[in-house]
Design a protein around this ligand. Structure first.
Ligand code: IPE
Ligand code: IPE
Ligand code: MG
Length: 253
């Protein structure tokens, strides 16, 4: 009997996996614990999944860790999450570096407390020359925020005479997004049984395969990731064409 990992076709890995890490609060509450207890255990899943992606050779992993809307949560939860973030970055940077993982951050960094920005900037610098897995943390991120930022920058550049509005294309817009250096995610996973996108990478997920699981984030492990990848590999990605066209293209290659 083949293990789940052995069932993965390494030639057809998604280049970019994006994950909405949901369900920490419910996981904790089901155990009669405080929500922060769930976030704390969620870090173990992050470690495990980052390791899993690095072992497989996935190019990009984007983790939605904190949304623009999450600032509206109770103050104690927000500050607890910020402390957890800083603590985790401090502890894990060395491991990231050892494993040749390059950290990136997307989102409104200016919203983060100064001590968190400092810690993140250090980690970004330390891992900046690594060439393995690109780990993208979405922090104080929302897609609508990102699109508004992009429009503002484009408008500014039009005003400054740097861009001719007639030449604006999908490529132009792509260059002004926070994800300009990354390929679009091919697989988007959301844990904990919620079937929504919650303002995450709305533009970039245009052709992503979506995978939803009831597993709460603190319980999500490599085996769950493998299941999602195997499911991804069983799907036919048509990009608007017909199944027959794709078969003919495959035959002519
Ligand atoms: C995801 O878990 C983590 C963050 C949004 C920071 P939640 O905290 O949303 O957990 P639930 O959805 O309330 O269970
Ligand atoms: C999305 O989860 C944001 C993150 C996982 C960071 P939420 O729990 O905030 O999303 P909603 O409120 O259920 O849509
Ligand atoms: Mg949630």
């Amino acid at each position: 009997m083949q293990s789940l990992k052995e069932q993965i076709n390494l030639q057809r890995l998604p280049h970019h996996i994006a994950i909405i890490m949901d369900g920490n609060g419910r996981w904790a509450q089901e155990k009669g614990q405080d929500r922060l207890y769930g976030h704390f255990h969620g870090v173990e899943s992050v470690r495990n999944i980052v390791e899993g992606c690095a072992e497989l050779g996935v190019g990009y992993l984007t983790l939605y860790a904190f949304s623009t809307e999450n600032w509206d949560r109770p103050e104690y939860e927000v500050s607890g999450l910020m402390e957890l973030l800083v603590d985790t970055i401090r502890k894990e940077t060395e491991t990231l570096n050892k494993n040749n993982i390059k950290l990136h951050v997307i989102g409104d960094m200016n919203m983060l407390p100064a001590y968190a920005q400092k810690e993140l900037n250090e980690s970004l610098e330390i891992t900046s020359r690594n060439t393995g897995l690109n780990l993208v943390m979405a922090l104080s991120y929302s897609s609508r925020w990102e699109l508004v930022q992009a429009v503002k920058h484009i408008a500014g550049d039009v005003k400054a005479g740097k861009i001719d509005p007639d030449t604006i294309s999908q490529d132009t817009l792509q260059k002004y997004l926070t994800t300009s250096n990354f390929p679009d995610p091919e697989l988007m996973i959301r844990t904990s049984g919620e079937y929504r996108i919650s303002n995450f990478l709305l533009y970039q997920l245009a052709y992503a395969e979506l995978y939803f699981t009831n597993v709460r984030w603190p319980d999500f492990r490599k085996e769950n990731l493998y299941e999602a990848i195997i499911d991804f590999q069983s799907r036919e990605r048509r990009f608007g064409k017909t199944g027959d066209q794709l078969q003919q293209e495959a035959l002519s290659q």
